[in-house]
Design a binder for this molecule. Structure first.
Ligand SMILES: Nc1nc2c(ncn2[C@@H]2O[C@H](COP(=O)(O)OP(=O)(O)OP(=O)(O)O)[C@@H](O)[C@H]2O)c(=O)[nH]1
Ligand SMILES: [Mg+2]
Length: 291
């Protein structure tokens, strides 16, 4: 049997539904999602294997004009993802159609090796007539509608290069559970905190012990100012408990084991603008700013 296998990038502006689409494709909420924009930071890899095709999806940060160092790093990650992909899904919300050409979002990548497929997301938010018209221009998805996801995969399969599978067909991801500790803490922070605070929020796992039950995890949460620390902790620790409880239930669902999650809050002034802090959290620095 000839098999196909390739990298499919989920690209587009922030908040267009990239992570939600990945989760719908995987049938499990692997990637963090939020109604607030700029949720995804480090790319999340999700794998879906069909009988003769393996899709390696890359859920990327939104392509935005960066204004500070962390955002420049996120843009670099998004561009690298787009550049290496065999297929590039250009996601754009159906209510905001038509989508501008992808090149206007990535002028720094004048030639793309992958094939670009326009995908109109949030198809449930437009009328059936409008949806029908958009289907002439690209795929239209509604993350709650399995048929639209199956139709998208069918459209993508012939675009994957022929080749052997690169991952176990049972795998849905490649990143370790400890990576998702930080992701789900941030997802909780995006749910519970308002304004700028979720953007100043970072998390790092200090200890991860899965040789016991419940799995023991100790994580440090970072904010940029003392005043933010007070808000994140909340009255008698209530806010931090809420964020931690969200992360814990997400992790328990992911690994199918009880989890004990301990969180501490530290102030790391201006970490989003600090090359040292970003490198420590695994964010690549833009070329010009590594020295
Ligand atoms: N109605 C509707 N809402 C959707 C759909 N897909 C995503 N959303 C909502 O759109 C918002 C953004 O979704 P995300 O998946 O986090 O978007 P993203 O593109 O990954 O965003 P960033 O990571 O910030 O770039 C969330 O509130 C989702 O629930 C959809 O098919 N229909
Ligand atoms: Mg996202």
């Amino acid at each position: 049997m000839t098999t196909r296998c390739g990298i499919v990038a989920l690209a587009g502006l922030p908040n267009v539904g990239k992570s939600t689409l990945l989760n719908a494709i995987l049938g499990t909420p692997l990637s963090m999602v939020s109604p607030k924009a700029q949720a995804t930071r480090l790319p999340v890899t999700g794998i879906r294997t069909e009988a003769a095709a393996q899709f390696i999806f890359l859920d990327l940060p939104g392509l935005l004009e960066p204004t500070y160092l962390l955002q420049r790093s996120l843009r670099r990650l998004a561009l690298e993802g787009v550049a290496q992909a065999d297929v590039i899904l250009h996601l754009h919300p159906a209510p905001d159609a038509p989508a501008p050409p992808l090149i206007t979002l990535v002028p720094d990548l004048p030639t793309l090796r992958g094939k670009v497929v326009p995908v109109y997301t949030k198809g449930d938010l437009v009328s059936p007539e409008r949806r029908h018209l958009l289907e002439a221009e690209g795929a239209v998805t509604d993350s709650g509608d399995a048929a639209s996801i199956a139709a998208l995969l069918q459209r993508l399969e012939p675009l994957l290069p022929a080749g052997p599978f690169r991952h176990d067909p049972d795998d849905i991801g490649t990143q370790p559970v400890r990576f998702f500790v930080g992701e789900y803490l941030r997802e909780g922070a995006f749910m519970v905190l308002d304004d700028e605070l979720p953007y100043a929020f970072g998390a790092e796992v200090e200890e991860f012990r899965d040789d016991r039950s419940p799995v023991y995890i100790r994580a440090t949460v970072f904010v940029e100012r003392e005043s933010q620390k007070g808000i994140v902790i909340g009255h008698k620790g209530a806010t931090l408990r809420q964020i931690g409880a969200h992360a814990r239930s997400r992790l328990e669902a992911l690994i199918g084991e009880p989890v004990y999650l301990e969180t501490w809050v530290k102030v790391l002034p201006k970490w989003r603008r600090s090359p040292g802090a970003l490198a420590r959290f695994g964010f690549p620095l833009p070329e010009a700013e590594t020295s």
